[in-house]
Design a protein around this ligand. Structure first.
Ligand code: CA
Length: 554
C-alpha cells in the first residue's frame, strides 16, 4: 500500500507538471519518412538546433505521457528515446511500475482519472474492455479512416484481431506477437548416429521413437534414453495431436476452439480426432517410448529430461534448445533440429492458430492530441520505428540493417550507452510493439498477408551465440498457421470462463486416463465416459457461447 501511495504521489506530481504543457497541435501531418537527422534532443522546447527538414520541426514538441511497465530509462537522457522524440516531435513522460505491480497501478490511475495519453496493459488483468465501454479509452475508428496510421488500421481491421473490438469499435492496438517460437525438436545427432531420416509421417515418427528408446541413440552402451520427453499432455505430444487434426499444445488457447468454413464453431478435442490421437499416444506410452513420469509434469522437466540427454523428441521454445543450454549434455554433441508437422492418412494437420498477441496498447480519451498519439503508436511499428527501437540509433549503435533483418551492432557504443544490460534494446518489447522485427502492414491489403512477409531481426552478436529470435520464429512458423482464427483470442464472459475451466478439468483428467490406459481396447468406452461428462458440464453451452461471440463479430 505504501508503494502504491508513493507511486500515486509521483503520478500526481508528474500530472501537475503536465497540466500546463499538454496542449500541442501537430497540424495533422503524419508519419514523416524523413530520417530526422538530429539526435540532439534538447530538453527545452525552444531549442531546435537539429536543422532538420522535418515538417514538424518548427513546431514545439508535443508532450505525451505514457504508462509503460518496467522502464528504467529516462526520456531526457536515453539515446534511443531522444532520437525517437526527435523523429516524432514529441516530448515523452513515462510513468512506470514493475511487472508485478503494474496492473494495480494502472487500475488506480484509470479509476482516479490521472492524466495519461498512452497506456500499455495486459490482455487480462486490467478491465480494459470496461474502460473502453465506459469511454475512458479513445475510440480510434474515426481517425483510422484518414489512412494516416497504416499499421494500426491494418491490425484493427484484421480478421485475426476482430475479437479485440468493443461494441464493434476499435479502442486498442493488440500487441502483435512476432510469431510462435515453439517447435517440435528432434535430436539431430541421434538421428545421425542411427542413420535415420527426419520423420515426415506418424509411422516414421513411431519408428524413430522406438529407435531413440531401444537402439542406444547416444551410443554410450547403456539403456538410458526415451523417445518423447513430455511434461503433461500439452507439450511433447503436440505433433501427434496436430497430425490427427486436433489442436492441443502449450500455446493452444481456448481448448482448441475454431471456426469451420461454413461459420460453425467446433473443437476437435471433443471429436473423433481427439480420440484417434489418444489411441496413438496410448500406444507410445504402453510401448515405453515416453519419459515414464510425463503425467506428473514436473517443473524440473527440462533439467531432468532434456539437459541430461535422456529424451530425443520434445516440443519446446526455441531458446530452450539454445547452444549454451545444450553444451553440458553428456557426449558434447547434442543438437536439436526443428521437425515439420508429421502427417497421417485420413487427417488434415492442425497446428496453433494464426497471428496472436500479448499486451494491448491504447490512447486514453483524455488525450488532447489524439492524432499525435496515434501517429506515435504507428511510428513505433513502422520500418523506421522498428529499426530505431531494435537496432538503436543508426551510426551509433549499428551501421546497416539488411533486407533480411540482420544488423551489425556496434558493441562498444552499445555497452557505453547501455552498460551491463541485455544486448537487446530495452525498447524492442512492450513499447507499443512486441515484434523483434518489422511487419510491412502498409504494403499489403490484409494484416495476415503482411504478417506472412514479416522480417525478424538479428544482431550479428546474437547470431554469434547460436540463438536468435530470427531462428526461433523460423522454427516456430512450422507449427503455427497463418490462417486467422477469430476465436483464438476471444474472451468469454465470466460465466463462460468458469464453464471453460470446468470443461478443461474434465478434458485433462479423462485425456490423461486414456493416454495411460493399460488396455487399448478400453479407450472407446473411456471416450464415451469423457464425452458424457463433458456434455454434463455444458459442452454444448460452451460451443453456443463461442458461436454467439463469433456471430456477433460479423
Ligand atoms: Ca544409451
Amino acid at each position: 500500500m505504501k508503494k502504491l501511495l508513493n507511486v500515486l504521489t509521483a503520478v500526481l506530481c508528474i500530472c501537475a507538471l503536465l497540466l500546463t504543457a499538454c496542449s500541442g497541435d501537430s497540424g495533422g501531418s503524419s508519419g514523416s519518412s524523413d530520417s530526422g537527422g538530429g539526435s540532439d534532443s534538447s530538453n527545452t522546447s525552444s531549442s531546435d538546433s537539429g536543422g532538420s527538414s522535418n515538417a514538424d520541426s518548427n513546431e514545439a514538441p508535443v508532450p505525451l505521457t505514457m504508462f509503460r511497465m518496467a522502464t528504467d530509462q529516462d526520456p531526457s537522457t536515453d539515446p534511443i528515446l531522444l532520437e525517437l522524440q526527435a523523429r516524432t516531435n514529441t516530448k515523452l513522460t513515462i510513468i512506470t511500475a514493475t511487472w508485478d505491480q503494474f496492473v494495480d497501478e494502472l487500475n488506480l490511475m484509470m479509476a482516479s482519472g490521472e492524466k495519461v495519453d498512452l497506456i500499455l496493459t495486459g490482455e487480462s488483468g486490467t478491465p480494459w474492455r470496461q474502460w473502453a465501454a465506459e469511454g475512458l479509452l479513445l475510440e480510434m475508428d474515426p481517425y483510422l479512416a484518414s489512412g494516416n496510421y497504416p499499421f494500426i488500421q491494418s491490425v484493427c481491421e484484421s480478421d485475426s484481431f476482430a475479437s479485440y473490438k468493443v461494441n464493434g469499435k476499435s479502442y486498442v492496438l493488440p500487441g502483435v506477437h512476432h510469431g510462435n517460437d515453439w517447435s517440435s525438436y528432434v535430436r539431430q545427432d541421434w538421428l545421425d548416429n542411427l542413420g535415420l531420416p527426419m520423420p515426415t509421417t506418424l509411422d516414421e515418427y513411431y519408428d524413430m521413437l522406438v529407435a531413440f528408446t531401444y537402439e542406444d541413440p547416444d551410443q554410450n552402451g547403456v539403456d538410458d534414453t526415451y523417445g518423447i520427453g513430455a511434461a503433461g499432455l500439452g507439450g511433447g505430444f503436440t505433433p501427434v495431436f496436430a497430425a490427427y487434426g486436433a489442436k492441443k499444445g502449450p500455446n493452444t488457447e481456448n481448448l482448441g476452439i475454431d471456426v469451420a468454413s461454413d461459420g460453425s464453431v467446433y473443437s476437435n478435442l471433443f471429436t473423433e480426432n481427439g480420440k484417434a490421437a489418444l489411441k496413438y499416444i496410448n500406444m507410445l506410452v504402453r510401448d515405453g517410448l515416453v519419459n515414464p513420469d510425463f503425467a506428473t509434469s514436473s517443473p524440473d522437466f527440462k533439467d531432468q529430461w532434456i539437459y541430461t540427454g535422456k529424451t530425443g523428441a520434445i516440443y519446446q521454445a526455441a531458446n530452450d534448445v539454445s547452444p549454451d543450454l545444450l553444451a553440458n549434455i553428456p557426449g558434447g554433441t547434442a543438437s536439436f533440429t526443428a521437425m515439420e508437422p508429421v502427417t497421417t492418412a485420413g487427417y488434415d494437420v492442425a497446428v496453433m492458430s494464426g497471428p496472436t498477441s500479448w499486451l494491448v496498447f491504447g490512447a486514453t480519451s483524455q488525450c488532447e492530441n489524439p492524432e499525435k498519439a496515434l501517429e506515435f503508436m504507428d511510428f513505433v511499428n513502422s520500418k523506421e520505428g522498428r529499426d530505431l527501437l531494435i537496432g538503436g540509433v543508426k551510426g551509433r549503435h549499428y551501421t546497416e540493417i539488411s533486407e533480411d533483418g540482420v544488423f551489425d551492432r556496434i558493441v562498444e557504443n552499445w555497452e557505453e550507452d547501455y552498460p551491463g544490460g541485455d544486448t537487446r534494446t530495452p525498447f524492442w518489447i512492450a513499447f507499443f510493439s512486441t515484434v523483434y522485427g518489422y511487419i510491412p502492414a502498409k504494403d499489403y491489403p490484409t494484416f495476415e498477408e503482411a504478417m506472412a512477409h514479416k522480417v525478424i531481426y538479428a544482431g550479428t552478436d546474437e547470431l554469434a551465440t547460436g540463438f536468435s529470435f530470427q531462428q526461433g520464429v523460423g522454427d516456430g512458423a512450422k507449427w503455427q498457421s497463418s490462417v486467422p482464427n477469430p476465436l483464438h483470442l476471444y474472451q468469454l464472459e465470466e460465466d463462460g470462463q468458469l464453464l471453460q475451466a470446468n470443461l478443461a478439468e474434465v478434458l485433462n483428467v479423462n485425456y490423461l486416463r486414456m493416454a495411460m490406459a493399460t488396455d487399448a481396447d478400453d479407450i472407446d468406452e473411456m471416450w464415451d465416459v469423457f464425452m458424457a461428462e463433458a456434455n454434463q458440464v455444458g459442452l454444448q453451452d460452451w460451443l453456443d457461447m463461442y458461436q454467439a461471440g463469433y456471430d456477433g463479430m460479423k
